[in-house]
Write a protein that binds this ligand. Structure first.
Ligand code: FMN
Length: 260
């Protein structure tokens, strides 16, 4: 196992881009993806253990808390958490902190990937894709420096009770939203969405993708579709798609990414 480990969930690539940049700053890092159950849960040999995840409906994406509960770390490991969000950090860091106490935490506002709710240009404050990327890269590099210096956060993790209420309603809402997926005649049956789906929820029939209801709303299928053929509700048909320019669909599919 590498000296540094980062557990990462990412749907449209922002968090994986942040994790890669932190890893590049630290060197010798395994990024272990949590889009499904993590491939490695025994991280007892790692000196630093980080968590990078987006805010979904005020908290961690579905399944991430369960993944974190399965992880074992050394008692003296340095721990940190980073949440990427568009408007507010939510309670994700507090959810991680309740399972694995965090010594250091940070939030990074980035483009909104929740296409059915807001256009992707929504973030704090609004800015271009290029400027948001630049800011994200600078913050990730600062986080790497802080982690290398074993910095300890003075403030406690954000824990807004309004976000907790929002996040409690999320499993039901995510299930209902899943029924709104549509695949248009633009679908060329390339199968990328099927390979990307962490839940095995997409199947190919007659050369066209069909999306079932077992969906955690990572929206990777929709955001990375090369033909823009996947939508979720009428509003999303018109909205521009977004995925992080530095993260390919193939990278998102990897269970573990090693950075020297
Ligand atoms: C289903 C879903 C729910 C989201 N909910 C929130 C939210 O409650 N608050 C917020 O600020 N951003 C929210 N976002 C935006 C993401 O947190 C933000 O775009 C993040 O950078 C995405 O990271 P990723 O590209 O690694 O998936 C949501 C995104 C998705 C897909």
């Amino acid at each position: 196992m590498s000296e540094n480990v980062i557990y990462c969930f990412s749907g449209s690539g922002n968090c994986l881009d942040i994790a890669k940049k932190i890893a590049a700053g630290l060197g010798d890092t395994d990024i272990i993806m949590m889009r499904k159950a993590p491939a490695i849960t025994d991280a007892k040999e790692a000196k630093t253990v980080g968590f990078v995840a987006p805010c979904h409906a005020g908290g961690l994406p579905l399944g991430v808390e369960e993944s974190i509960k399965s992880i074992q770390i050394a008692p003296d490991a340095y721990t940190y958490g980073v949440v990427s969000y568009s408007g507010y950090t939510g309670i994700g860091l507090s959810q991680i902190n309740n399972i694995i106490p965090l010594k250091y935490w940070a939030g990074i506002s980035h483009h909104c990937s929740c296409i059915w709710l807001f256009p992707h240009s929504l973030m704090m404050p609004m800015m271009s894709v290029e400027d948001a990327q630049k800011r994200s890269a600078e913050l990730a590099s600062k986080i790497a420096t802080d982690v290398a210096a074993r910095k300890v956060s003075e403030k406690t993790v954000p824990n807004n009770p309004v976000n907790a209420v929002e996040n409690r309603a999320w499993p039901g809402l995510a299930g209902r939203k899943a029924d709104a997926f549509e695949v248009s005649s633009e679908c060329i049956g390339c199968g990328q969405c099927l390979r990307l789906c962490p839940k095995g929820n997409i199947h190919m029939y007659g050369g066209k993708a069909f999306i079932g209801s077992n969906c955690i709303q990572c929206l990777s299928c929709l955001q990375y579709c090369p033909k823009g053929a996947i939508s979720i509700g009428a509003v999303s048909k018109k909205r521009e798609r977004y995925h992080n320019p530095n993260v390919s669909p193939e990278e998102l599919m990897q269970p573990v990414i090693h950075i020297d």
